[in-house]
Design a protein around this ligand. Structure first.
Ligand SMILES: Cc1cc2nc3c(=O)[nH]c(=O)nc-3n(C[C@H](O)[C@H](O)[C@H](O)COP(=O)(O)OP(=O)(O)OC[C@H]3O[C@@H](n4cnc5c(N)ncnc54)[C@H](O)[C@@H]3O)c2cc1C
Length: 380
């Protein structure tokens, strides 16, 4: 593993940074957060610049970049608001599942359009009664002629309401011997009759938005079943390492933004006749924030490197997700303290990083579940 980024990686980071800084200015992001609006025109520009292609396999119209390049993408795109990285992450997650398991015809129909940004993917596994215990889901799908008919309810689906979006839905198609059997994955266009999407009123992650979805006998064509009937649980598990490394990179980007803001503030704000950054206690808080971010960077890079090298990385991916998400909460909490009362106003972005970061230890498998997975890898 090299500690030096390649010339291509440096250029990639600079190109992403340039686009993100020009399109996602602080005042625009504040407005999108206030209004709960995802700027689809900016997403289109990101897609045009090839950001979405990076997470779509090359055989299906993408670039299929290695994870070590994708973490640069996610880190930089998350800097203005983590939801930009979440949106692209959802495309990667869905694209990988389709590429690995869907019928060839479906892959050719969907993936090139995802790579171009014409079509989006979101993912709905969680239900009101099944969160961490996701395999307890009860949304059902039954065959009716050539079609499938879905019934049930999903919750906490990120960005499912976006225009031109297809939802990857996990539904029960049979009662298996274990709860993990009999689950299938479907591709569901989000504008079908019988499908209702309601935006949840949430404290953070307001740009992409969180939704609940009601399926009232939603009819989908038979070929929107992904892969084999009843194998969905295995498909979901296939890319969990990838998702966890992606999330770690997202949170690394957010934490860097929080540190930058806290540092700038500490260098500027004067109390008792000197800059607050000159108080040792504040300086040490900033030193701790920077140190944790550096540790997070290398944990994420190490997990990505193992992933790209084909080495086992289940433990490292969970560790990176666990550490970086908890680090983000420590860093944003410290940032809020450093900005004092001003942090409490929406004139500063710290409160948004803090609010958005609150979900980091919950979504994508809670910290408790990550610890459980790591303990299992330790043989417990
Ligand atoms: C902003 C946001 C975005 C999300 N996006 C999506 C999405 O796009 N698609 C999707 O399908 N889902 C999404 N989720 C759902 C997310 O994955 C779940 O919230 C998460 O898995 C936890 O489920 P839960 O909220 O039902 O909590 P629960 O599972 O009810 O957990 C409650 C508490 O109990 C703890 N707990 C549960 N089981 C155990 C155990 N075995 N041992 C120890 N502690 C345990 C948990 O760690 C937690 O602290 C999102 C959630 C949020 C908040």
């Amino acid at each position: 593993m090299s500690f030096t980024p390649t010339e291509d990686q440096k250029m990639l980071r600079e190109a992403i940074e340039r686009l993100v800084q020009s399109e996602c200015t602080p005042s625009k992001v504040r407005q999108w957060d206030r209004d709960g609006v995802f700027p689809e025109d900016v997403y289109a520009k990101m897609a045009e610049a090839g950001f979405v292609s990076m997470v779509v396999p090359a055989e299906y119209g993408g670039i299929g970049s290695p994870m070590s390049d994708c973490i640069i993408l996610f880190e930089e795109v998350a800097r203005p608001a983590v939801d930009f990285a979440t949106r692209i992450g959802l495309q990667g997650w869905g694209a990988m599942i389709l590429a690995d398991f869907a019928e060839e015809e479906l892959k050719r129909e969907i993936l090139p359009r995802v790579a171009k940004g014409e079509l989006k993917l979101s993912f709905s596994l969680t239900e009101p009664q099944s969160g961490s215990d996701a395999a307890a889901l009860t949304t059902s799908a039954r065959r009716d002629g050539d079609d499938w008919v879905l019934r049930g309810q999903k919750v906490f689906s990120s960005g499912a309401h976006a225009p031109d979006n297809m939802i990857v839905v996990a539904a029960r198609t049979a009662k298996g011997k274990t709860r993990h059997e009999g689950i299938s994955l479907f591709l569901v266009p989000n504008d079908l009759p019988g499908l209702t999407i309601r935006r949840l009123d949430v404290i953070g992650r307001r740009v992409l938005g969180l939704t609940e979805i009601f399926f009232d006998d939603v009819r989908i064509p038979g070929h929107y079943l992904i892969g084999e009937e009843g194998k969905g649980w295995g498909y979901v598990g296939r890319h969990l390492e990838r998702e966890r490394i992606t999330l770690a990179a997202n949170y690394l980007g957010s934490a860097r933004s929080a540190l930058d803001e806290a540092l700038a503030y500490a260098k500027e704000r004067q109390q008792f006749g000197r800059r607050i950054g000159e108080f040792q206690v504040i300086a040490h808080m900033l030193a701790d924030m920077a140190t944790e971010i550096e540790a997070a960077r290398w944990m994420t890079a190490m997990a990505a490197w193992r992933y790209d090298s084909g080495l086992p990385c289940r433990k490292e991916a969970s560790m990176a997700k666990l550490f970086v998400s908890e680090m983000l909460q420590r860093v944003t909490a410290a940032g809020m303290q450093i900005l004092g009362g001003h942090a409490y106003t929406t004139d500063h972005d710290m409160q948004r990083h803090w609010r958005d970061g609150r979900n980091a230890t919950v979504g994508g498998g809670t910290s408790q579940i990550q610890r459980q997975l790591i303990a299992r890898e330790l043989g417990l």
